[in-house]
Ligand binder design. Structure first.
Ligand code: NI
Length: 269
């Protein structure tokens, strides 16, 4: 599948499920901006059948190469980012995976069925990134028990393979070309920002500053009934040049650590 089709399908799924993302995108257009994606992120588990290397395949076959690696010790996550060497205008791809050997037996037991390749034709196809949850039927009790230990595991259990977030490149905006201006625009229009670790993650010295909305809540059918749970969020990234004048292309682990929390379960705000 070519990149244009991959990104289009991911985007349609993403805005269909997360109305705020589509509204924010339209808000930027109304303000006369062109929206360019800084990066798109995915989540997975470290089973060899579905790990980062597998999820990266459709991007690797389209000219992307593996770049930075990141470890999130407390959240038991490992991540890698990919960049295209052919086309500098396409978004970076950020893929994280849960390190199951560091998780409880409960998490390992619940998620184990994802490692079984039988009857899952998507596992060997480049459609894997669109295939959603690997678990059925979903239990709300299990979701909450997963949350007690790992919000990441709980999110993956319900939503699985899809774009976890798209990210607006603030550098590519004309009027709103700094992160504070973007955050003000969003708040003025009633969108909720993730304020874990402050609204702006990272400093100019880190060469990357990020902010994000709180994930929209969507109604999900569980065996116990329908419940609202946070789905995907929209992120905003401003990059700065390094000492050699080259724009920083990587990520900052301590910022990403807080950005992950944009999908945490939250009460009414
Ligand atoms: Ni991100």
């Amino acid at each position: 599948m070519n990149l244009e089709r991959i990104f289009k399908r991911l985007w349609i799924d993403y805005v269909t499920q997360n109305p705020s993302a589509g509204k924010i995108y339209n808000l930027f257009l109304q303000e006369g901006e062109e929206v360019i994606n800084d990066h798109i992120a995915f989540r997975t588990l470290d089973y060899p059948e579905i790990n980062i290397d597998i999820l990266a395949k459709p991007f690797l076959s389209n000219g992307y190469v593996a770049k930075g690696e990141y470890l999130f010790k407390e959240k038991h996550l490992f991540a890698r980012h990919f960049e295209s060497e052919k086309d500098l205008k396409v978004p970076r791809i950020f893929i994280s995976q849960l390190i199951l050997s560091e998780c409880s037996q409960f998490i390992q037991d619940i998620l184990k069925s994802a490692s079984i390749k039988d009857d899952r034709p998507n596992y060997s196809s480049d459609k894997l990134i669109f295939s959603g949850s690997l678990f059925s039927p979903l239990s709300y009790q299990t979701y909450n028990k997963l949350r007690d230990e790992s919000e990441y595991a709980a999110w993956f259990y319900v939503f699985g393979f899809r774009a976890n977030h798209f990210t607006v490149s603030i550098n590519a905006l004309k009027t709103y070309n700094n992160i504070s201006a973007v955050n003000e625009l969003l708040k003025k229009n009633g969108f909720l920002l993730n304020d874990s670790g402050g609204e702006i993650k990272g400093t100019k010295a880190d060469l990357l500053q990020q902010s994000s909305t709180l994930a929209d809540k969507v109604t999900v059918k569980f065996v116990e009934g329908s419940f609202e749970v946070p789905c995907c969020y929209y992120e905003f990234a401003q990059r700065y040049p390094d000492a050699n004048g080259k724009l920083y292309n990587g990520f900052v682990a301590k910022s990403a650590d807080k950005i992950f929390e944009s999908t945490n379960f939250y009460g009414k705000k």
